[in-house]
Design a protein around this ligand. Structure first.
Ligand code: HPA
Length: 292
């Protein structure tokens, strides 16, 4: 066992991949990660085969209320896919390499495109609760302090030592999301912006929200960016959506307080539209692989 890295090594990921592939016929090309309160997407998967995280070798366990904690294989709109119904976060106490291990397992299974969803606090003053934000870029705050899932010895089997992140969120998939959202009549609540990840679990102070907003972040949350870094390192295409579940408090006179129940409640309110947007995109990707 390496003295440096506590999760996500090639051999460890291979064991998990072999274990899963010997138990399912599905060979997924699309990977989906469902955020807090957004696990309903997994219910659209046909002929589902479900594995509890607690049964999968080397997988961490999901500890958050609102996250089912299982991996679902099957087909979505005819496309073989694997869906994480619940994800892992830094604040659960796992090493960052461990919480992103599923991305490498997906890569070894043959996944080419990753779709992530999350719930996030809206920092942009034009955003409303219930808006869906296409993530066009991220600010990796823990990374500024050296907490990056790629720190430690680089494994060339997955990717290069210094991966580019200026194209992390696939431009064509973002365009597809705009097109699909327009067709579905979702333009009124569709946004595109910058997501800032923090370690959590405490929500941000007012001063922190003001700072993040001035730094150029439109939404703040506790996930996704780490997964995207590992997925991009391994050359998978990434697309991510934030559901604005609450407005970050920016004003000292405000009585509003961020809380997890509001996050889940907003998820219930918009879940159907999020699911429709993602599933229509997946259907379209299949027919339009060259253009999207
Ligand atoms: N802050 C951080 N993470 C979040 C928030 C928030 O306001 N809402 C949902 N996830």
């Amino acid at each position: 066992m390496s003295e440096f890295v506590s999760g996500g090594r090639y051999e460890e990921c291979q064991v998990t991949t072999d274990w899963l592939l010997s138990r399912t016929q599905v060979r997924p090309t699309v990977g989906i990660v469902c955020g807090s309160g957004l696990g309903g997407l997994a219910k659209m998967i046909k002929d589902p085969q479900v594995f509890k995280y607690s049964d999968i070798p080397n997988f961490p366990k999901s500890t958050v209320h609102g996250h089912a904690g299982q991996l679902v294989f099957g087909t979505l709109k005819g496309k073989p896919c694997v869906c994480m119904q619940g994800r892992f976060h830094l604040y659960e106490g796992y090493p960052i390499q461990k919480i992103t291990l599923p991305m490498r397992v997906f890569k070894l299974m043959g996944v080419e495109t990753m779709i992530m969803t999350n719930a996030a606090g809206g920092l942009n003053q034009d955003y409303k609760v219930g808006d869906i934000m296409i993530i066009k870029d991220h600010i990796n705050m823990p990374g500024f302090a050296g907490i990056n899932p790629l720190s430690g010895p680089n494994d060339d089997k997955f990717g290069v030592r210094f991966p580019c992140m200026s194209d992390a969120y696939d431009r064509k998939l973002r365009q597809l999301a705009h097109d699909v959202a327009t067709e579905l009549g979702y333009s009124e609540f569709l946004q595109e912006g910058v997501y800032c990840v923090l370690g959590g679990p405490s929500f941000e102070t007012i001063a922190e929200c003001r700072m993040l907003n001035r730094l150029g972040a439109d939404a703040v949350g506790m996930s996704t960016a780490h997964e995207v870094i590992v997925a991009r390192h391994a050359k998978m295409r990434c697309f991510a959506l934030s559901l604005i579940s609450n407005r970050a408090v920016m004003d000292y006179d405000s009585q509003e307080k961020a809380n997890h129940e509001e996050v889940l409640e907003t998820g219930r309110m918009r879940a159907e539209q999020m699911e429709k947007l993602v599933s229509t995109m997946v259907a379209r990707m299949e027919h339009n692989d060259n253009s999207y």
